[in-house]
Design a protein around this ligand. Sequence first.
Ligand code: GUN
Length: 297
Amino acid sequence: MAAEIISGTDISKQVRAEVAEEVALLKSQHQLVPGLAVVLVGDDPASAVYVRNKGRACDEAGIFSETFNLSADTPEDDVVELVKKLNADPKFHGILVQLPLPKQIDEKTVLYAIDPDKDVDGLHPFNLGRLVGGDPVFVPCTPAGVQEMLMRTGHDPSGKHVVVCGRSNIVGKPVAMLLLQKMTGANATVSICHTGTADLGAITRQADILIAAAGRAEFITADMVKEGAVVIDVGINRVEDASKKSGYRLTGDVDFGPVSEVASAITPVPGGVGPMTIAMLLKNTLASAQRSASTNA
Ligand code: GUN
């Protein structure tokens, strides 16, 4: 039987509407407008689209946002200087540096320069450490979005075997830590596997909930999925497609058609995890502004 389609587009709309209501409340009660600074270095076309979508989502939720576009040859020191300026600017409750960064810039140097109190991406070691310690402040947006999708569609991970396929700092590691916590929305038995895992299928076939985040197009095939599993596809890959005007199409890490015949529920690409990432960014930015309102009250 074909799987239930978990629509990130629909769920993210609900989350964004909830954020907009809270933003309005913050404005009326504290005269405070949440602000997000987005730093985009270079001209990677996919990143430009993501950043534009983040700006639009902020506008719709009543969050002030400003994008700082820097040229691809910007030295690392200049990016760090900008981050420090944004750290000190009270207009901004959140700072996001869009990844990937150009080669001459060390990602960690830039991410570590962000004030952890404004790290709405949750990628600063302080926030990753708080997550591992079971006392999260800002949870990285994609992992938070995955959790939100599961919970809002009745797929509580508690007691389930979640297999995460991928070990990135931005998704694989934090989503595993998040769903492992002894907390509502988590409490799963978590396995992490990756592109270097021997007999990957033997691990992925154990999953009640399979999270595909390896960054390889259509890498998870139907034979790697247990009958009735819930499959969350975090991948966004551009693959050449001459039949498209753009010359490419977007596809996930999951071979969607055949896997949807085996899974009980599955997220599509596009329209799955992607919109949830943006919704959780708004949520984190709102939470940061709310914290600053209560600190300054
Ligand atoms: N590039 C792709 N996804 C993300 C994300 O969640 N945060 C940042 N900063 N860059 C990204």
